[in-house]
Design a protein around this ligand. Structure first.
Ligand SMILES: [Fe+2]
Ligand SMILES: [Fe+2]
Length: 144
């Protein structure tokens, strides 16, 4: 039976997993839906995020299962928007929330004596930080 720290960690990891599934769906929808003069570039950007978010989902689902939990079978809801700028803003908001969750989860992993997982979070936190920064850079000089 998992102890209380491990149970709390599994619940947290499932929240993160739903967030990664959300990110995969969000970037897939935005890549397909984006219109306007920047479509080609944004489509490539959004599509390129998908493998990284899926890799995060794999790490989380593997770990939840290894800890004796059941990985979540659903995604957090995706904000469906039409304008390119709204997509970038929604994605930025999601990446910022994701980062905050992982910083918290890293500490939770340490508390549950899951030091290997805690160190995996360093890489994930660095990936999500890059996502956030690129979205901010695109929005910084958005022309309208
Ligand atoms: Fe991710
Ligand atoms: Fe991300």
């Amino acid at each position: 039976m998992p102890d209380n720290d491990t149970k709390a960690l599994i619940d947290g990891l499932n929240e993160d997993l739903r967030g990664e599934f959300q990110a995969v769906i969000m970037y897939r929808l935005y890549a397909s839906m984006v219109q306007g003069p920047y479509r080609q570039e944004l489509r490539t950007f959004f599509a390129n995020e998908i493998p990284e978010e899926l890799a995060h989902a794999q790490i989380l689902a593997d770990k939840i299962s290894a800890l004796g939990g059941t990985p979540a079978g659903s995604a957090a809801p995706v904000k469906v928007v039409m304008e390119a700028k709204e997509m970038l803003e929604a994605a930025l908001e999601a990446e910022i929330a994701t980062l905050a969750r992982y910083v918290k989860r890293r500490k939770q992993a340490e508390d549950a004596n899951e030091h290997g997982l805690a160190s995996e979070f360093d890489n994930i936190i660095s990936d999500e930080t890059n996502h956030r920064d690129e979205l901010r850079q695109m929005l910084a000089r958005w022309p309208y």
